[in-house]
Design a protein around this ligand. Structure first.
Ligand code: 5AD
Ligand code: FES
Length: 352
């Protein structure tokens, strides 16, 4: 135990450890409690007990990609496809605003219907109606010019998980048409344009090793994102990985704590995948260092269709129910949701 405490103390002080030390904490279940306690101390020292709300609008499940783990991959003929109209998206924002949301996350598959022009129209319409809100996009890999156009139209944050930073592992999870280089290039382009950038990875995806996870942490140290989203890999029967075991709740939680200690200022969500793998998953995620929750604002009629993995939670609840449910869960975990745009806090400059 002493050994954990010493390692974790060093990680908290230096925000870094050697590869083998990180691997030890990633693999070792007994590290959980001291890691959670240290991560919670750091999160409270910067963000207090505040938890930021993001309203998730899953606006299209069409996708031209074929990621081997994902239920809405182009190659799944059983996926029932939908896309929301601009009016429907705005109605979700309207409802979200009245429920206290000040960030809207537009997430979708890589849907060719949403050309840059169409997407920019949606973004400008939201920007005009909700000038005090943050607009977060999560629509995948695009040319730099497209990202630039979205930024100019009024989007200010972008989520693009790198999924896995190890090239060989990336190729096991994705078809040859996708490359780890392009994904990483996209992330650096987004940063250069001025987006607040979120990245992240799945925990326990097929073929993942501890070394791959250390590689993920190293990549994040290079990228220095504002937001880091992770969740356990979850099985989906209509993918080439059907039957692969789910990732581990506890390993995901330990990684959330490691991320909080390595990136004290980061915005880290307690994700839907975490809430899916365990009924208390999001509460545990908050206690392990997460400080963001993302209730679903999509119309209930399409919720089940955004079917990335099996048994996804929150598919039957109206936006207001989802928000209230999460607010209660956050309180029970010892924190409170706030109505705020919830930008990342910047670390004070050292004056030496
Ligand atoms: N299990 C867990 N997470 C998944 N995602 C996609 N498919 C799965 C799955 N089967 C995650 C990816 C993606 C995010 C939107 O959802 O990390 O970036
Ligand atoms: Fe959606 Fe609980 S958060 S129902």
């Amino acid at each position: 135990m002493d050994c954990f405490e010493t390692l974790i103390g060093r990680l908290a002080a230096e925000r870094n450890l050697s590869d083998s030390e990180l691997a030890f904490l990633i693999e070792n279940d007994s590290a959980a409690e001291p890691l959670f306690a240290a991560a919670d101390r750091v999160r409270r020292s910067i963000y207090g007990d505040e938890v930021y709300l993001r309203g998730l609008i899953e606006f299209t499940n069409y996708c031209k990609n074929n990621c081997y783990y994902c239920g809405i991959r182009a190659g799944n003929p059983n996926a029932v496809r939908y896309r929301l109209s601009q009016e429907e998206i705005l109605a979700c924002c309207e409802e979200g605003y009245s429920l206290g949301f000040r960030t809207f996350v537009l997430q979708g598959g890589e849907d060719p219907f949403f050309t840059d022009d169409r997407l920019c129209n949606v973004i400008s319409a939201i920007r005009k109606r909700f000038s005090d809100c943050a607009i977060t996009l999560s629509v995948g890999e695009k040319p730099k010019e497209s990202y630039q156009a979205y930024f100019q139209a009024g989007a200010n944050r972008y989520l693009l998980r790198h999924e896995t930073a190890d090239d060989a592992h990336y190729k096991k999870l994705h078809p040859g048409s996708m490359s780890p280089e392009n994904r990483k290039r996209c992330l650096f382009n987004l940063k250069a344009i001025g987006f607040q950038v979120g990245s992240g990875f799945m925990v326990g995806s097929p073929g993942q090793t501890t070394e791959n996870l250390v590689c993920d942490l190293r990549f994040l140290q290079q990228l220095r994102p504002d937001m880091i989203g992770i969740g356990p890999y979850l099985n989906h029967a209509q993918t080439p990985f059907a039957g692969s075991p789910d990732g581990s709740l506890w390993q995901t939680l330990r990684l959330i704590s490691l991320l909080r200690l390595m990136f004290p200022y980061a915005l880290i969500p307690a994700t839907t995948a975490l809430g899916t793998i365990s009924p208390e998953g999001r509460e545990l995620g908050l206690k392990a260092g997460a400080n963001v929750v993302m209730p679903n604002l999509s119309p209930v009629g399409v919720r089940k269709l955004y079917d990335l993995y099996e048994n996804k939670i929150c598919t039957g609840e109206e936006a207001a129910q989802c928000r209230d449910c999460l607010a209660r869960r956050v309180l029970k975990a010892g924190y409170r949701v706030v109505t705020a745009v919830g930008d990342v806090k910047k670390e004070p400059e050292k004056n030496h």
